[in-house]
Design a protein around this ligand. Structure first.
Ligand SMILES: Cc1cc2nc3c(=O)[nH]c(=O)nc-3n(C[C@H](O)[C@H](O)[C@H](O)COP(=O)(O)OP(=O)(O)OC[C@H]3O[C@@H](n4cnc5c(N)ncnc54)[C@H](O)[C@@H]3O)c2cc1C
Length: 495
């Protein structure tokens, strides 16, 4: 018997008993919660899958009934409709396994975990994995938008498979190709030795220090050769001007020489935030969960290196976008500069997301309150990217092959812009082979049928049964509101 959990906006029905009484259920809200409210929709129901088999059943039913659906891991995607739906919302929250191999060289992690969960679980084991840097994002999106080790994948036809180098095309596709190839339930990550204590944290600097911080960021990029040292500098826009926040990390207990130039600049932060601490405490010290984002988006471009001219342009863009906040209900304008080592791409493998040439993604993050300002901000962020691309091209540092890191890219970005022409074509071929019936395209469809219209309270209360009736209707090709048939259908699917 499957332990699939089925939840509607009005309560919980387990075991697919049509019309079971509503019991009230706060998981529904948690399962569909997103970091950006604008990335959320109210689904007809939520399925909490707890195993590969559950996921296979769910995807078979979805395929057979052509039901629009969504897959959510940590819910931190910045694009509306990417992990939300008005149809069937698959929540991976129950996939929480952390299985460290006996020799500790690999760890299998469930896609319902957040990175903070993982770091806490691995604390005191002496090893760690490479992942997100703040507490909230889930393993699912971050892993599939970038590129990691080996995957448990439920294919669009419901087959459960392990994807590693023995399936080179799918392995390539899952490293950056996101949710186009099926639902990943877990992945095996290579571990790295982790010292008990690291040195890190963030400092906030007032507007008068912005020029100095940008200069120090450039020196860090040009001078640092130690792979254990990393910073991220965020220029923070506001109607009063641009301030900065710098996130420092050193994979060891003491401050490295490459941070020295920042030590001369007085931070606003009164608490000793940048300090020796455990890795897990470092990640949990970044308060992303305190941020309220009514509406928002990211967008990005990549450069091959950083120059003073480009960083000046980033500051000017932050000033310009910050100045627009008051008039357009803006709440956040951030530009994240990530001065990675110029050699990091040398370690990359055959991946959908190109690491060749060690591209440096610049992430722009804007948030605002009012829906009527959506068009203003979407258009403003695109214009900002355009201007920065021009500056990067003038400076000779525009990364032309594939301009955008998938996890930072705005929703309308083309596959070519994400992966480059060659990789985009290869991905399309793999998708057609793996998913000839286009099941994963149901991820982006909206429910148009009144059966899913949860704004109608009567339909909403019945939405659980309505979804099952829809399965029967679609599969048999005949309209049927007969719950007995629906139950038979559900039991045929063994759910
Ligand atoms: C505060 C914050 C900090 C961030 N920090 C970083 C960072 O340090 N590094 C970085 O690279 N990125 C970072 N990002 C960007 C982040 O990688 C993306 O937003 C990512 O999509 C979030 O993953 P998620 O699982 O939380 O999102 P979700 O919204 O749950 O999913 C994102 C996408 O992946 C799909 N998906 C999720 N799980 C699966 C699965 N198991 N199988 C198939 N498809 C799946 C979803 O359907 C959706 O399309 C950050 C974002 C935020 C908001």
């Amino acid at each position: 018997m499957s332990d699939l959990k089925f939840r509607t906006p009005y309560g919980k029905n387990t075991g697919y008993q049509p019309d079971a009484p509503s019991t009230g259920d706060d998981h529904f809200d948690d399962d569909t919660h997103h970091w950006f409210q604008s990335s959320s929709q109210t689904p007809a129901c939520v399925l909490e899958v707890g195993s590969d088999d559950d996921t296979a059943i769910a995807i078979k039913v979805i395929a057979a009934s052509q039901t629009p659906f969504a897959v959510q891991s940590g819910g931190h995607v910045s694009n509306p409709g990417f992990s939300s739906t008005t149809g069937v919302h698959i929540s991976l929250r129950k996939m929480q396994q952390v299985k460290l191999s006996t020799d500790k060289t690999t760890v299998e992690l469930g896609m319902g975990l957040t990175w903070a969960d993982v770091y806490e679980e691995l604390e005191d084991t002496g090893v760690n994995v490479v992942g997100g840097r703040v507490p909230g994002p889930g393993l699912g999106g971050v892993t599939l938008g970038g590129g990691f080790s080996c995957f448990n994948l439920v294919l669009p036809n419901g087959t459960v498979t392990t994807v590693d180098t023995s399936q080179p095309d799918l392995f390539f596709a899952l490293k950056g190709g996101l949710s186009r190839f099926g639902i990943v339930t877990a992945a095996v990550y290579r571990t790295h030795r982790q010292s008990d204590q690291i040195f890190g944290g963030f400092n906030i600097y007032t507007q008068d220090k912005t020029e100095a911080i940008i200069a120090a960021t450039l020196s860090f990029y040009e001078d640092n050769t130690d792979p254990k040292a990393q910073i991220i500098t965020t220029t923070v826009g506001s109607p009063l001007g641009t301030s900065t926040l710098v996130l420092f990390f050193y994979d060891g207990p003491t401050t490295p020489p490459s941070f020295e130039q920042f030590e001369k600049i007085l931070p606003l932060t009164l608490l000793p935030n940048v300090r020796t601490q455990s890795f897990s405490s470092f990640v949990n010290g970044i308060p992303d969960q305190l941020v309220f984002n009514a509406r928002g988006t990211f967008d990005t471009l990549s450069t091959t290196s950083l120059t003073a001219g480009f960083l000046r342009a980033v500051k000017q863009e932050t000033d310009r976008m910050g100045a627009a906040m008051l008039l357009h209900s803006g709440t956040t304008v951030n530009y994240d500069i990530e001065p990675f080592l110029p050699s990091y791409g040398n370690k990359s493998t055959d991946s959908a997301y190109l690491h060749t040439g060690s591209p440096l993604p610049l992430n722009i993050y804007v948030a605002w309150l009012l829906e009527e300002e959506d068009q203003f901000w979407y258009s403003a962020i695109r214009s900002s990217i355009r201007r920065l691309k021009n500056v990067a091209a003038e400076e000779g540092i525009l990364y032309k092959v594939a301009a955008k890191y998938p996890n930072y890219a705005i929703g309308s970005t083309s596959a070519t812009a994400l992966y480059g022409t060659v990789n985009a074509k290869r991905l399309a071929r793999i998708r057609d082979e793996v998913d000839p019936d286009g099941v994963m395209r149901l991820l982006v469809l909206k429910c148009t049928s009144a059966r899913y219209d949860v704004s109608n309270p009567v339909l909403a209360r019945q939405s659980g049964a309505a979804v099952r009736r829809a399965y029967v209707y679609r599969v048999s090709g005949k309209r049927s509101d007969n719950t007995a048939t629906a139950t038979r259908f559900a039991s045929k699917q063994k759910i």
